[in-house]
Design a protein around this ligand. Structure first.
Ligand SMILES: [Zn+2]
Length: 294
């Protein structure tokens, strides 16, 4: 093995002695070692600030890992999305009242006199995108990513949020599969003794739709004087449901044979809960006093 010989000078590391120009300057090594010179090499070095992952990124990676361990692979989709995928493919046509559920940030480019492009309001359009590029089931993916909504920000609302979309489509996928996966997720993220409860809810792209809550891990479900669950004993954590047969058909699958479940999870919400953070706006205020704690 050949070892290159280098000299340390006041100007840093010099190239090998074969360079005549640098061989002369290496003589400056001697005065630099002296503690009386301008450069005191006995002084301790300046500590380097070491970066770390943002708390939302840490949480997202933990969530992704939990689902990967259950056999889901990660897919991605665009943040600037067509309204056809964001709304129409998700059974939210122009005149559908469900469009009111999302205040949309549109891209100000007109196509045939109409605005067609937007910042995606949820990761759900990737249900259609993933199935579109998978000619035959099974599909088992999660799609993590940023979403954008025109929100009046407060302690629980931000205009940018991170979601994880989940989708499993195959023959014989049942509601009990959905419950099993999400129950296991809650246990992996919040402790093995978690309990979960499902309430009926409405999302246009699933039927039936549910919201999942878990027993509060702070007060252990008692609700007594608990700020985390506001005294209810339960914490709502995500929305889910069985993929609407129309979406299965639109993907070119036979909905009499193929079924699926989908879920959408807010990563900031999980991060708020796991560390007991009271205001979602801390995450993107770029205050190192806050970010340095994670
Ligand atoms: Zn509680």
């Amino acid at each position: 093995m050949r070892i290159a010989v280098v000299a340390i000078t006041r100007h840093g590391i010099a190239p090998p002695a074969s360079s005549m120009k640098w061989r002369n300057t290496s003589r400056t090594l001697k005065p630099a070692m002296s503690t009386t010179a301008a450069l005191d090499v006995t002084l301790p070095g300046r500590p380097q600030t070491i970066g770390r992952l943002h708390p939302v990124t840490q949480t997202m990676r933990d969530c992704v890992k939990a689902f990967q361990e259950m056999g889901f692979r990660v897919a991605e989709g665009p943040e600037v999305e067509w309204s056809a995928y964001n709304f129409d493919a998700m059974r939210i046509p122009d005149d559908h009242p469900a469009r009111d559920m999302w205040d949309t940030i549109w891209v100000d480019t007109l196509l045939n006199g109409e605005r067609k492009m937007l910042l995606r309001t949820h990761t759900s359009p990737n249900q259609a995108r993933v199935m579109e590029r998978t000619p035959e089931p099974p599909v088992r993916v999660i799609v993590p990513g940023k979403c954008y909504r025109q929100e009046a920000t407060d302690a629980t609302h931000e205009w940018m949020l991170t979601q994880i979309e989940g989708l499993a489509v195959d023959e014989g996928v049942r509601m009990s599969d959905l419950k099993g996966v999400l129950y296991e997720f809650a246990r992996k993220m919040f402790g093995q003794d978690r309990k979960v409860i499902f309430h009926h809810s409405y999302f246009p792209f699933v039927e039936p739709g549910v919201e999942m809550a878990m027993d509060c891990f702070i007060c252990r479900g008692s609700g007594a004087d608990c700020r985390t669950c506001h005294g209810t004993g339960w914490i709502e954590i995500l929305g889910a449901g069985m993929v609407h047969p129309e979406i299965i058909e639109n993907a070119g699958y036979d909905s009499s044979r193929v079924t699926g479940f989908a879920f959408g999870l807010g990563v900031e919400r999980v991060a708020l809960l796991r560390w007991g953070i009271e205001d979602i706006r801390h995450f993107y205020a770029n205050d190192l006093r806050f970010l340095g704690q994670f």
